[in-house]
Design a protein around this ligand. Sequence first.
Ligand SMILES: O=C(CO)COP(=O)(O)O
Length: 250
Amino acid sequence: MRKRVVAGNWKMNNNLEETGALLSGLKTKLEERQGTEIIVAPTFINLPYALEALKDSGIKVASQNMHQAENGAFTGEISANMLTSVGVRTVILGHSERRAYFGEKDEVLAEKVTTALKHKMQVIFCFGEELEERKSNNHFQVVEEQLKAALFHLDKGSWQNIILAYEPVWAIGTGETASPEQAQEMHAFIRNVIKEKFGTEVSDEISILYGGSVKPANAAEIFAKPDVDGGLIGGASLDVDSFAAIANAF
Ligand SMILES: O=C(CO)COP(=O)(O)O
């Protein structure tokens, strides 16, 4: 049975006080939630605080990024060892904002995935096409290439620590969502790409999340599709009621 996951990517939002308020609201609203893995990804500086605040809640804490090297002269960066040493066991990698604004390429992302897995971290791996690529009908090819470049070096066993997050760039923060049919079509394609390389024992078990303007009003319809196993939520994860409503949309 593959996991259902609802994850909140807070991006560069929420200072300490705002983090505290959001976490205590989530704890109250989501503590009893069964059957769906809930993950929140505050900014690096608030990760230890979030871990403490969510202790015993069943809600997991993820970082939004990580450097591929073990340690060294990489000013401003955070390593896998630093994350796991404070108790963070999940990392979001490959987000389109990291690719677009910080120049992260597939090769670096492949290294980041390897490093995270070496440290026994769970990886939420993001990928997805840009608007022009969809308009020119290249979206399937783009997505397949992103998966191949960053994840095809893995062995079968590693996949139990991977969650995929399909996030079409044109739907992120734009209010424009992929239709449930578009999401299902792409998710089925992704599952098939994984099946052809790694077999059904991997493709049947891998959780594939959809991300891009998921809101309480559209979550249930998207999550109802057979190959959509949950969501990676940006803007709507910053509000307790919205995020709780999305988590309850299965
Ligand atoms: O980028 C996203 C999650 O990682 C999606 O962001 P929005 O939900 O704000 O569109």
